[in-house]
Design a binder for this molecule. Structure first.
Ligand SMILES: [Zn+2]
Ligand SMILES: [Zn+2]
Length: 167
């Protein structure tokens, strides 16, 4: 399935079905989203419930098809093992990579209509008091066993090999 930035310069191709599609309510995802939304021309990143929607894919199933020269890394802190990658042409966040992991989290809004459906909400314990997570999804305070099992199963299918993005 193709994914692209708002202006269309950066295009990715995600192959097959995602490992998992979810809403993350963690503080890091929410504060990065708020920062990204302030950039000129940036799309909205937070969903209506204050979380961020992702589709998780195996790293070896995501290809940068075009516009790689526009991609910029963003880290919340210098030492953070997580980088969020932005298309600088139009300030669109594209994906998140936990450097040591075997998966990439693509910002779900980057897909055109027909993006894989959301399956769960995670890290709801980090929502500010008084906010309510999406009620049409099973929502967990942290990352539930099902999340871990899906990640492990997909890593097993890769022969427990670490895979790296080519950039
Ligand atoms: Zn763009
Ligand atoms: Zn998060």
């Amino acid at each position: 399935m193709p994914a692209s930035c708002v202006c269309g310069h950066v295009t990715l191709q995600a192959i097959g079905t995602p490992i998992l599609s979810l809403v993350c309510y963690c503080e890091s995802c929410r504060s990065a989203a708020r920062q990204f939304e302030q950039a000129p021309g940036a799309p909205s990143v937070l969903n209506g419930y204050g979380g961020v929607d992702y589709c998780l894919y195996r790293k070896d199933r995501v290809r940068i098809v075009g516009g790689a020269e526009h991609l910029r890394d963003h880290r919340l802190t210098e030492a953070s093992p997580t980088r969020r990658v932005i298309a600088a042409c139009c300030n669109t966040p594209m994906f998140l990579e936990f450097t040591k992991g075997h998966w990439l989290s693509l910002y779900r809004d980057r897909f055109p209509q027909g993006a894989p459906p959301l399956e769960m909400g995670v890290m709801a314990k980090e929502l500010p008091p008084g906010s309510t997570p999406a009620e049409n999804l099973p929502t967990y305070r942290t990352r539930p066993p099902r999340f871990m099992i899906k990640l492990l199963t997909s890593w097993a299918a890769m022969g427990f090999r670490k895979s790296k993005m080519n950039r």
